[in-house]
Write a protein that binds this ligand. Sequence first.
Ligand SMILES: Cc1ncc(COP(=O)(O)O)c(C=O)c1O
Length: 468
Amino acid sequence: MFEITPHLDPKHQTPLYIQLYKYILNEIEADRIPQGTKLPSIRKLAAHLELGKNTVDAAYQQLAAEGYIESKPGSGYYVADLDRQLLTVPKHGACTINIPELKKPLPNHIRYDFRHGNIDTDNFPFADWKKISNQVLFEKDIFSYGDRQGEPELRLEIAKYLYESRGVSCSPEQIIIGGGIQQLISLLCFIIGVKDKGIAVENPGYDGARAVFLHHGFQLKSIGIDQCGLKIAELEQSRARFVYVTPSHQFPMGMIMPIANRMKLLQWANRVDGFIIEDDYDSEFRYRGKPIPALQGIDPNGRVIYLGTFSKALLPSIRVAYMVLPEALINKFNENFQSYEQPVSKILQKTLCLFMRQGYWQKHLRKMRHIYQKKHEVLFKAVHEHMGNNVRMIGENSGLHVIMEVKKNDTEDCLIQKARNAGVRVYPTSKYWMNGRQTLHPQLLLGFAGLSEKDIQSGIKILSGAWF
Ligand SMILES: Cc1ncc(COP(=O)(O)O)c(C=O)c1O
């Protein structure tokens, strides 16, 4: 049932009924109480606010007289149908905080959205997930606070999975569960503390990580990339002791750091007594070449902080990621973060744990690898067929997105707009560059996971028509 809880001041010179009237009027004008909403009855609101019935009645009468609400005999008071264009909001001291625009739904004419971050939800095992979630609700202690580091059984499953699939060698005690990679990076910044405030980052690189470092007062040191990923020689010049890097699938350009460079990177960390923050965000999906183990697994000296997420291989909305800390840092976490509670729901963690333990996770991964491999092939075939040499594809070995370099003199904005006009959404890469894009031709980012094979083909065909 709809309720309102205004702050009314009985000591104020404005009578209470006017204060209540103004509050409701404000809420209606700002559309926080939408048209057609039934207001609480006079008796209930008076009891809820500990006011006299006459006070509430007087406020409602005033609103009704001004046409903001209307009385339906035998039913109560309802917010009237107002022409909101004519209302001036905010008024009467209403809240003037700038609320960022909510993500707008795609315009109707967009039929093919190559959004990186969308995944294939048609193949999510909803029935299995639902069965396990129901089962979890009957577990003992499920409704209490969980372990601050994350549920131990889930950490055990993640440790096993990381060892088998990524060569990561860790105990469950080294793992911290979090609500996404950015939240874990933020926690990591707190753990690292205030002494070291320089961090080397890939340029171009993941803007989401950069933003977190900046908010924690870190000074970013931009390091270029080449066909082998992060340029180690530039890193050595940078005097940084920390580096954030995506070695298994450089974001956004997609190169894989060869083993020789990985070894050099580890040697660098050892030499400068530093740490490598390895973001392994989508390594589950690799289409060519042998698996390359995570840096963490080949590091004998505890120099790597490993980050992974369930956003790509399971669901982005699940908001579960994990961080593997070397011993020195997990000790710091244990010493200083005893009072921090775990942000990820225990119910969700237990569900995920059973999903992994009962074999559904591996089954889902096998299925999705196959599905994404096919989508990837379809994408490349369609590009070859419809665009030929007009484009150059970058980062084709793994992951759920590719970079398309368009060999035209159009700007990135212009290409995006032309695509949009034709009903296709593609995404800029310029925001991943720190000091402006340094490529000859515009490069666009296309995520293909959320589209069907048929839609990938149609989308590429339409793009080609719109651009060439
Ligand atoms: C490099 C990189 N790391 C992390 C993430 C996001 O991970 P999460 O969903 O766990 O925050 C993304 C998202 O696209 C990414 O590109």
